[in-house]
Design a protein around this ligand. Structure first.
Ligand code: PMV
Length: 360
């Protein structure tokens, strides 16, 4: 991807004192990204649903920069300084610098807030990094001449978000996104995600996140990705992922719930099987996770309601179902699954419309 990498002529007070703010959602992968190379590039394409309620709101203000460092910023979370978040933001700025030289020209004052509590075991990096990335691109839009169109702007935001956290690049679009090169879609790329359209059946699709454990994972996603490098099943996995991309694109176009449920669960199961068969092997699922997965399959079989699960790299379960089956699914979740969650905790979410500018 080609970018404008000129330095800016930021001399007036107005240029130096800009303010932008965006609310960006998290996303849940249906076909998983697991295994990477180079600078956060995926070994296989992935497709995610954009969420709505789990989001990060980030405001970025710029002021004149006094230090000679490559970049300078201050970060607060909910208006409180949070030095523990500095290393992630530093590495984000370092990585985006070659593509955004203006980063070295001003001082950034960043304030963020997640809609979901920290201690839920829900990764906030997708929403946090995509929110920060779109703020940067919005500043660029104000400083340079505006991007030639919205597609270019979102592609750059997705490209930058990827450098912060791979899966974050999929959080910039309404409904669903595809990240990674596939023969199925010509404009697909390993460098950024693109939007994909979904059948009416999938719009407002529900995702209730069952918090089985909020403890920090024993093996991070970064370590998990690198264990794919010598995994004996890696080639088979990438082949299956590519086949599943093709099938899921058809399913999302056609609106077939039953095939969606089969594919979603097969992907989640395969992700965790890869973890259990890596060297060294590890397991992130809890006993209650396994009970919940069985109960969901059983309920689907008995009721004919197209309810299914997917999993991230952790023990929490995303229970997915079409909005039109919401009342029976919520009854089932409350009666059968809630007691298996940590303190009965559930985050109710659904497919959303992507980032929102806080200043329009
Ligand atoms: O973006 P990362 O490096 O945290 O990796 C995310 C990997 C999974 O959540 C397991 C799958 C995915 O595609 O989001």
């Amino acid at each position: 991807m080609e970018f404008n990498t000129e330095k800016l002529n930021l001399s007036s007070e107005h240029d130096l004192a800009q303010q932008v703010g965006w609310k960006c959602p998290s996303n849940i992968a249906i076909v998983k990204y697991w295994g990477k190379y180079g600078m956060q590039l995926p070994k296989n394409p992935s497709i995610s649903f954009t969420l709505n309620n789990a989001h990060t709101t980030t405001q970025v203000k710029t002021t004149p920069k006094s230090s000679t460092a490559n970049f300078s910023f201050e970060f607060s979370y909910n208006n409180e300084p949070k030095p523990e978040f500095h290393p992630k933001i530093e590495s984000f700025f370092e990585r985006i610098l070659p593509f955004c030289p203006y980063v070295s020209q001003v001082h950034f004052i960043i304030n963020s807030l997640n809609s979901f509590p920290h201690s839920t075991g829900i990764a906030s990096s997708a929403s946090a990094m995509s929110a920060l990335a779109i703020c940067m691109v919005d500043l660029e839009d104000k400083w340079f001449q505006p991007f030639s169109n919205e597609t270019q702007k979102l592609r750059k935001a997705s490209f930058l978000a990827r450098l912060g956290s791979g899966s974050a690049c999929r959080s910039l679009y309404p409904h669903a996104a595809l990240w990674g090169q596939t023969a199925e879609i010509e404009s697909s790329s390993n460098e950024f995600a693109i939007p994909i359209t979904v059948h009416e059946n999938f719009k407002n699709y529900c995702d209730h996140i069952l918090i089985v454990s909020s403890e920090e994972k024993e093996v991070s996603s970064t370590a998990g990705h690198s264990l794919m490098n010598n995994h004996p099943e890696a080639d088979n996995r990438y082949k299956t992922a590519n086949e599943n991309i093709k099938s899921l694109l058809d399913i999302l176009k056609g609106g077939d719930f039953e095939s969606f449920c089969q594919l979603s669960e097969a992907e989640a199961d395969q992700l965790h099987l890869l973890m259990r068969t890596s060297n060294p092997p590890y397991n992130l699922l809890h006993e209650n996770t396994l009970i919940i997965l069985e109960k969901i399959k059983q309920y689907r079989k008995e009721s004919d309601v197209p309810i299914c699960y997917t999993l991230d790299a952790g023990p929490n379960v995303h229970v997915m179902f079409p909005n039109k089956f919401k009342s029976e699914c919520e009854r089932f979740i409350n009666n059968e699954l809630k007691s298996l969650c940590e303190n009965g905790r559930i985050i109710e979410d659904y497919m959303g419309l992507g980032p929102k500018n806080m200043f329009t």
